[in-house]
Write a protein that binds this ligand. Structure first.
Ligand code: PMT
Length: 445
């Protein structure tokens, strides 16, 4: 399953005020899911959001500009070469006037245009002329979504700073078609808009100082859930407290932080871009899409296995039948995949090791096997209470040795680890400076 950005559909008075008076430019692409945009517009208008709409020619095959205009209370923009439109409000102003540009449904064609900088109609010209990254809500047939060409374009857009919501996985409009490709539901779209405006606010108030200023840090956190059937899953006891604390500490040190987290009961750290996933496969996909980064910290307790054949219906208990045997297959190793990347590997890759015996010995072996630069080892035997608890007792293992830290709160561990990261980068920068000076001197001689 690919590309799911899970967003909890919840609306509070606080969330209403978060988007009130915002201006959204909604670019509607030509897909069957375009009808959901009518509901979206209504919900946004209820929240006091100004909605302006651009429709592609294909979108007008699914819903009419008239109904959109009736809901937005504004004219709908459809033509690039419309003299009235261009003199009244040109495509450049259309894009600049908006707080958020949402593309929904983003078809494979629109995504390809955006990724390649094409501008041959109003929608693509507005997107190219925009000075802000768009929020993209893909919707298409699963085969189109999974095609390497589409995935390449999605990766490119991620690298260019675009945000994605969905696609969701499920039944398609076409008969007997299911998989990733459904447009995210309206509550998820609204929540993504809220997140976008919130992170915009935090980016504006973001610290421009601090030892990790100008660095991008990616952190994984929490457990993964590996579905057995629609109601059951394999999980572990990770709470996400340690990973979330590291994300918050890196942010406080001035870094831009992307937190990729499995299912946890913790609030998203303010100012951190949080991507929610469920399975190991989704976590790997999100981690790859979060790159490039200067530092990656893999604190998540990723399930090592998933069931080979996930049940599409709840597995039934049959009277007199033996209990079902689950066949397991290995999950991708996210840390190893990123650490062994030849191109685009973060400069500093930090793994965690959850051990229950011979902690340092086993963790040191993991450091080598997984190809990371440091490993933070902790003893997760039941009696330590570390997994799920508030305190941790860790050993920081590097290639040339290890140091054992006293028992600390997870926040304190996070702050100390971030200090180590900052020190590492300061030393590297100092070395570069010395080399530069030496080279300049040699040149003079
Ligand atoms: O979440 P908390 O309740 O605060 O608890 C924190 C913690 C105990 C989960 C954390 O400190 C910790 O130890 N995290 C690593 C858990 C783990 O899965 O360890 P591991 O030894 O099985 O894996 C080693 C490393 O490989 C880890 O960095 C892990 O993220 C990574 N991994 C493992 C399997 C896999 N398929 N992909 C991975 O990337």
């Amino acid at each position: 399953m690919l590309g799911c950005r899970r967003i909890r559909p919840q609306h509070t008075d606080e969330s209403i005020s978060r988007v009130e008076h915002k201006r959204i430019l909604l670019i509607i692409g030509g897909g069957i899911a375009a009808y959901k945009c009518l509901e979206l517009i209504r919900r946004l208008r209820e929240r006091g959001v100004g909605v302006r709409v651009v429709m592609t020619t294909a979108a007008q095959q699914f819903i009419t500009p008239l109904s959109v205009s009736a809901l937005t209370n504004e004219r709908v923009f459809t033509e690039l070469f419309d003299l009235d439109d261009e003199s009244e409000i040109g495509h450049v102003r259309l894009s600049r006037d908006a707080d958020v540009i949402l593309v929904a449904p983003a078809t494979a064609d629109l995504i390809a245009k955006m990724a390649n900088g094409l501008a041959n109609d109003l929608a693509s010209s507005v997107l190219l002329a925009s000075d802000k990254p768009p929020l993209i809500a893909p919707a298409m047939n699963p085969r189109m979504w999974l095609k390497p060409a589409t995935q390449r374009n999605v990766r490119q857009l991620y690298a260019d700073g675009a945000r994605f919501v969905g696609p969701e996985t499920g039944e398609m409009a076409e008969r007997d078609e299911a998989g990733p490709g459904r447009l995210a539901e309206v509550p998820a779209l609204i929540e993504a808009i809220e997140e976008m405006t919130a992170s915009d606010r935090s980016a504006r108030t973001h610290s421009s100082t601090g030892p990790l200023h100008n660095r991008h840090v990616v952190v994984t956190s929490g457990p993964t859930h590996e579905p057995i059937d629609p109601v059951r899953y394999i999980a572990n006891r990770s709470s996400g407290k340690q990973g979330h604390a590291i994300a918050a500490a890196a942010l406080a040190a001035g870094a831009r932080v992307t937190l990729i987290c499995g299912p946890v009961n913790l609030p998203d750290p303010a100012g951190v871009e949080t991507i929610k996933v469920e399975t190991a496969a989704e976590m790997l996909f999100a981690a790859e899409r979060a790159l490039p980064a200067d530092i990656a910290v893999f604190c998540a307790a990723v399930a090592d296995w998933r069931v080979a054949q996930q049940g599409t219906q709840k597995i039934k208990k049959q009277k007199g039948e033996p209990a079902p045997a689950l066949e397991l297959v290995p999950n991708p190793d996210i840390l190893r995949t990123i650490a062994k990347q030849k191109k685009g590997r973060p400069e500093l890759v930090i793994g965690f090791a959850a051990e229950t015996e011979k902690v340092i010995e086993h963790a040191s072996a993991k450091l080598k096997r997984k190809g990371c630069d440091w490993i933070v080892a902790n003893d997760v035997s039941a009696e330590t209470g570390i997994m799920g608890g508030n305190r941790n007792s860790v050993h920081l293992i590097r290639e040339d040795g290890h140091e054992s830290w006293p028992e600390l709160s997870k926040d304190e561990v996070a702050v100390a680890l971030v200090k180590e990261m900052a020190r590492e980068f300061a030393v590297a920068e100092e070395k570069t400076q010395i080399n530069k000076t030496m080279r300049a001197k040699t040149h003079k001689i």
